[in-house]
Design a protein around this ligand. Structure first.
Ligand code: PLP
Length: 235
């Protein structure tokens, strides 16, 4: 077995163990974060059955998407969004996880083609209230959600967060439970929307995220190994 196959199996086993431990009967999907990694490694993971891939850098991601047609890959954009680059985002991705501005949402809606199914959107919440981090506050969530709900070519699926890094399991759970509660509130105000997604949990807080209802855990290093940013093309 290649190291990617072994790593994928290990991460999946960890997800399964957490699902059992926290009595999760519903699905927890693995989003394989392949940023900075070559298409050969994506193909290796794909051959193991992995279908959801997450990318952070738009130009790099567009090359990979073009190089890997007809493979049924579900492409997720999980990086910061520049509002002048929304057109390729809207046209080439299936999901965008980090929407935190009405202007970005409007531009994504304008750029998504009528022939495509609606673009799946998660709103990014700054759950730890860190001034330096992107994401809206919980207070801003209802109005942004209401605005996006009016965009016909976008479909809000749920919420995404990157909590402040912390090694304490209880503390990790507390952050994730705030995001889960926010989703429950949104579901009450928008019973018509398919709000079924909590994009939360990375390598060091995956168990706490699954305990609190994560439906997508985003894992990179534990599958593909450490990233070498010096080797990346500056595109
Ligand atoms: C890079 C990244 C990940 C994956 O991080 P790893 O530490 O490599 O597992 C997850 N989520 C987001 C938003 C990221 O940018």
């Amino acid at each position: 077995m290649s190291h990617i196959a072994k790593n994928l199996a290990r991460v999946q086993a960890q997800i399964e163990a957490a699902r059992t431990r926290f009595h999760r009967d519903d699905e927890v999907q693995l989003l394989a974060v392949s940023k900075t990694k070559p298409v050969e490694q994506i193909i290796e993971a794909w051959q193991c059955g992995q279908r959801h891939f997450g990318e952070n850098y738009l130009q790099e991601a567009l090359h990979k998407i073009a190089d890997l047609p007809d493979m049924n890959i579900v492409w997720h954009f999980i990086g910061p969004i520049q509002s002048n680059k929304t057109t390729p985002l809207a046209q080439h991705f299936d999901w965008v996880h980090c929407v935190d501005r009405a202007k970005v949402a409007r531009r994504l809606n304008d750029a998504r083609s009528d022939s495509q199914c609606p673009l799946n959107i998660c709103l990014q919440v700054n759950i730890s209230d860190e001034p330096s981090k992107s994401g809206i506050s919980l207070d801003e969530l209802p109005s942004l959600a209401a605005e996006i709900a009016g965009h016909p070519r976008l479909q809000i699926r749920g919420l995404m967060a990157i909590p402040a890094s912390c090694d304490d399991f209880e503390q990790q759970q507390l952050s994730f439970s705030r995001l889960a509660d926010a989703l429950t509130n949104l579901q009450k105000t928008h019973p018509d929307l398919p709000l079924d997604t909590l994009s939360m949990g990375m390598s060091n807080d995956l168990d706490a995220a699954i305990a609190q209802g994560s439906t997508f855990v985003r894992i990179g290093t534990a599958i593909f190994g450490a990233r070498d940013y010096s080797a990346r093309n500056p595109t």
